[in-house]
Design a protein around this ligand. Sequence first.
Ligand SMILES: [Zn+2]
Length: 499
Amino acid sequence: MVVYKASQVGASEYLVSYALHACDRRQATVLYVFPTDAHVSDFSSARFGPAIEASDYLDAIIVEGRQKAADTARPRGADRVTLKRVRDRFIYFRGGRVGKDGQAAQLKSIDADVLILDELDEMDPRAPVIARKRLGASRLAEERLVSTPTYPGRGIHAEWLESDQRERFIPCQACGERQVLTINHIVTEWDNLGRPVAWHGGPETAWAACQKCGRRLNPLAGGQWVATRPGREVVGYHLTRLCSPAADLLEIVQNLHTTDETKRREVYNQDLGEPYVPRGGRLTEEILDDCRRDYAHLPLPGEAPVMGVDVGKVLHVVIRGPRHPETGETPQRFAGEVDSFEELGRLMRRYNVRRAVMDALPETTKAREFQAAWPPGTVWLAYYVGQRTGTRRVEPAQWDGANGVVNLDRTRTLDRTMSRFYDRLNTLPAYARDLKDYYAHLTALVRVLEDGPDGQAVARYVETGPDHLAHAENYCTVAMSAPGPAAVATASRAVNLRI
Ligand SMILES: [Zn+2]
């Protein structure tokens, strides 16, 4: 069975019940695989534990910590998290990590009857292949594959395409038409950047309307699962949050009102339970033209702007004024190159820059010296670090105050910066077309989908030409979200103490 789903629609609760039932009533051994060991301990304490505690019956059949050493070769401390004994059967919880050699020792030597693969799209794609071999000796040999999707044709979506594709059909109370609820039952008009312009009940509320008669649908009334590819061996369920009694449809519509590709993907994956088709990604000259406003590059008296610096043979610099309280626009005060760190210092003083983020590479020593010449928290050194899909729990910019370093998820921070141009919030001076290299650098970065090192799809920006000013803009966006002086003061005290 394939469960292709939005987040928080009850799939974990279903899997817990299914695993326990398999042990209790079907004399099955269960291998329950998560993407990582961290997922295992989270799940064991947050999902599995409470389910047991809530039931006297389950509590009575779980033999926890009482099994004899002969039952298992694993140490007892680890067992409490990664192994549950139900009557005389076991549920093995395992992370799906696969080593460089293609081996996964933690999945070996378990003979399972039931295999559960949870959050498949975050898993090393080699893990399911290894785990499936554990079913070889079983007469049951059942599989449950569950995940929120990521991209079309990947992971759970690919598995779903091979299944009988059961969708929930909702009958219209007015005309009787049965239909599968999608975002297009709610949103009636989109702009050309894919943002909702008009929707049923808008702008104060949002509801789904019948595609045939236009009357309001009740997503909870009399729905029915129907296989749209009947007769296939694998059963597939598609669970969207649009049918969930807990769903806030207005919030889902509002969450789509962004041009940030990372955020759009989250709404599609987590709320709608749909794979996301990334927008072909590069800024155009038309969008940049649209960002032009009637001002020129100059320091503004009394203003304390932020700065981004891309370090190379020369230093590419962008300076932007503070966010306008009503429009959210950030005016560009400077965009260009300087030849040396000395000149950069003069530029900073001239513009009264309060916060700067600069490339730590390749001139780390010079960048460190430059940083040391300013009060703590003024200049931050930035590193682009590796990123994976499904990292929404971690902020795209990680501030390390003690070291004056900020670690950046390259794709996600660039998504944020590009979105400020799509939304016409990063404004440009009237003569922006004449700025040396500016348009060329900003349109040189193209957002593409690539195969990551372990086969997962990864969105990346690739450069099709020199792109230094685009990264200077990105560092500048990061500088806008730098932590306040209080946090920095604490961090610098910590440094002093250590000295
Ligand atoms: Zn109808």
